[in-house]
Design a binder for this molecule. Structure first.
Ligand SMILES: C[S@@+](CC[C@H](N)C(=O)[O-])C[C@H]1O[C@@H](n2cnc3c(N)ncnc32)[C@H](O)[C@@H]1O
Length: 83
């Protein structure tokens, strides 16, 4: 049986909303809100806005794991609060 992999490129919040199938592994390595230059993302958000965005993304991710599926959430060790 062959396995099909799909690379979905785009705004993760939109992609996660469109996903109908379950996912075996989510690797979440978001911007860390540390003032880095990203082409399409402001990495200098007020903390509350940043964590609300992280919470929204985590809620969308918690909806899609397959049975036994894994979520890997990369975050900076010195971040005060995570999902
Ligand atoms: C910490 S970097 C990821 C680094 C990457 N894992 C690596 O190892 O090279 C965060 C990435 O998230 C992307 N990003 C920002 N907002 C996004 C969004 N709404 N949807 C998808 N990716 C986004 C940024 O453009 C940036 O490339």
């Amino acid at each position: 049986m062959s396995t099909t992999y799909q690379l979905l490129i785009g705004d993760c919040t939109e992609i996660l909303d469109r996903l109908t199938q379950t996912v075996d592994l989510t690797f979440l390595d978001p911007p860390f809100n540390q003032g880095k230059e990203y082409p399409n993302h402001n990495d200098n958000l007020p903390d509350a806005v940043y964590w609300e965005w992280m919470e929204q993304i985590c809620q969308k991710i918690f909806r899609i794991p397959s049975k036994g599926g894994a979520i890997y959430f990369m975050q900076r060790e010195k971040m005060p609060n995570s999902c």
